[in-house]
Design a protein around this ligand. Structure first.
Ligand code: HEM
Length: 374
């Protein structure tokens, strides 16, 4: 039996995943040799758990929406962002050259999309392929700078969230041993250690565990928007204001900030019942009809938000979650290494665990891990 901080391991795992799947770039975050990787060092500098405010600053530098939150370490963050952009520029140049060479069409004034060769399937390659095609309308083409600017956004938005989701899932499984055992039984009945995406998606209890994790532990617990114009938000239920007036809508003025309470909506007793705060994957066998009114882009929850700026990577995130949980829970048993009451949530855009009394060590989730029996 070994004790490890699963949060750190899962963060590195998720960084490797987004590096390879997003850009065909190897952070080697899980490997000791990865310590010398310049991009990983830049990220470590600002995602250092002992300095929680820095994480926010990186997100602010990458996603303009988050800039309303005060930031403290802008300079370091900008240096790291610069490093991401520089590596992004090198990747873009290499991939573009490889695609044009593979297509043997360089200098012929553009290539129809169906004639562009190249076997790599990472997001950046796909974006470049679409972007250099000569049948793409000019007003839809991105400049090189615009393509490169996507890289920090995807690295940050696509790895801390996934690591947080799997960390909280393993936490929930460690304090609900029956659920962990039931899930492992389903996973061990699969005849292969490397299932296809379709095989993963067909596992019913894994799906319930995923949905319940994202409902109860949404990695992004709140978000916010700023109104661009005056508006009126209609309400399901009227409310009584401080003057005793009854209203069935909320007046919004241009410039107002609106907080979207993702976690609170996911756990409303009016929707989910009295056990809304319990981890009970079985509820997804017959979800309450009231949940269909939640305007999320996925799964009757608000965890990936909704509307035109919902999470762009949610399908990827779902498969990544299932692949990681499949592999880990099939092979290992997880037991929390501290009393569950000592685990608390700290939210700095992404919700991470902190151990009460060990705050100086930053975010962590200590677990005992042993090979699964039977
Ligand atoms: C469990 C995993 C994930 C969760 C819970 C999650 C959640 C979210 C949420 C709530 C937002 C909206 C933030 C806001 O505007 O306030 C968002 C945005 C975004 N996510 Fe995810 N995400 C996850 C995984 C991923 C992955 C794997 C990727 C990339 C492959 C990704 C890429 C993005 C991007 C690029 C945005 C910004 C979209 C935009 O502003 O238009 N996410 N995510």
């Amino acid at each position: 039996m070994t004790q490890i901080d699963i949060l750190e391991g899962l963060n590195q795992m998720a960084l490797d995943v987004i590096g390879l799947a997003g850009f065909g770039y190897s952070f080697d975050a899980l490997a000791p040799s990865g310590k010398n990787n310049p991009l990983r060092s830049a990220l470590n500098e600002i995602l250092n758990p002992a300095a929680p405010s820095s994480r926010l600053a990186l997100i602010q530098a990458s996603i303009p929406f988050f800039q309303w939150v005060p930031n403290q370490r802008k300079r370091k963050v900008l240096v790291a962002r610069q490093s991401m952009l520089q590596i992004g520029a090198e990747l873009l140049a290499q991939k573009k050259a490889a695609l044009l060479t593979a297509s043997e069409n360089e200098g012929k004034g553009g290539i129809p999309s169906n004639e562009i060769d190249g076997s790599e399937r990472d997001l950046l390659t796909l974006l470049i392929k679409a972007n250099i095609a000569n049948d793409l309308p000019e007003n839809q083409r991105l400049s090189d700078d615009e393509v490169i600017a996507q890289i920090p956004t995807f690295i940050i938005a696509g790895h801390e969230t996934s690591a947080s989701a799997v960390t909280w899932c393993l936490f929930a499984l460690s304090i609900n041993v029956n659920i962990q055992d039931k899930l492992r039984k389903e996973l061990r009945a699969v005849s292969t250690e490397t299932p296809t995406m379709d095989e993963l998606m067909a596992l019913p209890y894994l799906d319930c565990v995923l949905r319940e994790t994202l409902r109860l532990y949404p990695p992004v617990a709140t978000s916010a928007r700023q109104a661009m114009k005056d508006d009126v938000i209609p309400l399901n239920k009227p409310y009584v204001d401080t003057q005793g007036n009854i209203s069935d809508s909320i007046q919004i003025r241009a410039g107002d900030h609106i907080i979207i309470p993702i976690a609170a909506i996911n756990q409303m007793k009016e929707i989910w019942g009295d056990d809304a705060e319990e981890f009970r994957p079985e509820r997804w066998d017959s979800p309450p009809s009231a949940a269909t009114g939640i305007p999320g882009v996925w799964g009757n929850v608000l965890s990936f938000l909704g509307g035109p700026r919902a999470c762009i990577g949610y399908r990827f995130g779902l498969v990544e979650f299932k692949a990681l949980v499949f592999t880990l829970v099939r092979a290992f048993e997880f037991e929390l290494a501290v009393p569950k009451e000592q685990v608390t949530k700290k939210s700095l855009v992404v919700v991470k665990p902190v151990i009460i009394g060990r705050g100086e060590k930053g975010n962590q989730m200590p677990m005992f891990i042993r090979p699964a029996r039977g």
